[in-house]
Structure formats: C-alpha cells, structure tokens
Design a binder for this molecule. Structure first.
Ligand code: SF4
Length: 224
C-alpha cells in the first residue's frame, strides 16, 4: 500500500508518443522540483497542506489548480470504477510521478487488466514494474539542478524530447552519448508550444536521424 498525492484524474485520449490516440485514464500526481521554465503544469509543483482537499473535490475539477488529495492504489482503482471510465490504459504523469514508488499502483492496475505508462523527467529513480511503459522526457540543465539519471535513460521505452531550437537537439545528442538508451528505445522530438519553427526543426531532424515526431495531438483537437 502506498499513498499518492493526486492533482487530477480524468479520462481522455493520449496525445503524445507511441500511445498517441489511445483512450487513457490520466492520473496526475502532485509535486515537482525540476523547474522547467516552459512547464505547462506549474500547478503541480508544490505540495502545500493548505491546498489539500477531499478526493471528491479533486475528481470534479474542471480547470488547472494546485489542489490535491491523498489516495492509495485501491482508492485510485475504485475511483476508475465509480467514475465509469472505460479506458484500459493508465498514464501516470505529473508533476514528477517518480517522486513516488509506483510499484503498488502499477501492480494493482496490471492485476485488474490495465496497461500502465509513466511520463517522467528522468531525474528520479523509476520505481515501477517491468511491464510499465516508461516515457522519459529528459529535462536537461533545468533550474532545480536535478541531473537526468543514466538508469532512467536505460529503462526508457521511449524518449520524448521537447525542442524549440537547434541547441535542444544538441543537448539530446550529448545526453544520448553520456547516458545511452536501449537499442529498441523509440526517440520522439516534440515541438514546444506548436510553434512553426519548432515543428519544422523537429521534422527535419527526425528525417535526418530516423527519429519520430510527437505533435501533442490533444492540443490540435482541443481536448485536455
Ligand atoms: S519536469 Fe514536468 S512537471 Fe516538472 S517542471 Fe518540468 S515539465 Fe513541469
């Protein structure tokens, strides 16, 4: 049994990476010290007691807020059932979900017939079963000062790297030299904020390196 700090739980379509288009339940965990300047979930950074609420309040949230609740894996699973979610893929995101031991949650979900996926910055040791699909979006030289861990890069099933400029591509190339991935790990470039220049750079680099493009489909079709 483990207790997780939950920022939100909702059902949607995964818009990024290998699972793009997959009906998914998102479990967003609270807390992240990594400090990316362009982070689009800054509401998850702090774990303030003053923002603690009941699970029922968290479930009905309709906009971004720093409110959170405690829930163990059984409560999380029961919530899926009570909410009538039909998706069988669960994306555990954040915040930085690897601040938590995700084994109890993923193991329970696997036993109930779900597949699981983690979206992590690669700056905390990954505590999750082998079956869990791990997406590492390596956050290199961010304000919080957390290095990307070689163990996370090696565990990754896919790397998803946000880029806007050539320097971001070079950062990833250097990281892959210092912290190699497995041979079958997929590498995605994801243009930051749907900017045209970033998208063009990502397309050209993917063609050159035989990498893949991830375009955050949910932002183009206007869903969460
Ligand atoms: S690691 Fe993720 S949640 Fe944390 S600051 Fe960076 S983008 Fe935001």
């Amino acid at each position: 049994m483990n207790t997780y700090k939950i920022n939100e739980i909702f059902e949607t379509i995964q818009g990024e990476g290998q699972y793009t288009g997959t009906a998914s339940i998102f479990v967003r965990l609270q807390g992240c010290p990594v400090g990316c300047s362009w982070c689009d979930t800054k509401q998850t950074w702090e774990q303030l007691e003053s923002d603690k609420q009941s699970l029922s309040n968290i479930i009905i949230k309709t906009s971004d807020s720093p409110t959170w609740c405690d829930a163990d894996e059984t409560i999380i699973y029961n919530t899926f059932v009570e909410q009538g979610y039909r998706a069988k893929h669960v994306v555990i995101t954040g915040g930085e979900p690897c601040m938590f031991d995700l084994n109890p949650l993923c193991n329970l979900l696997h036993s109930k017939g779900y597949t699981t996926q983690i979206e992590t910055s690669g700056t905390f040791e990954i505590q999750a079963p082998d079956q869990t699909w791990v997406t590492v979006s390596p956050k290199i030289n961010m304000k919080g000062g957390y290095p990307v861990l070689a163990s996370c890069m090696l565990r990754a099933n896919e790397i998803k790297h946000p880029i806007a400029r050539q320097t971001h591509v070079e950062e990833l190339e250097q990281l892959l030299i210092e912290a190699p991935v497995k041979q079958n790990t997929l590498i995605y470039l994801q243009p930051i904020s749907q900017k045209t220049s970033a998208t063009e750079l990502a397309i050209e680099t993917c063609k050159e390196k035989n990498w893949r493009l991830s375009v955050q489909v949910h932002k183009y079709i206007g869903i969460s």
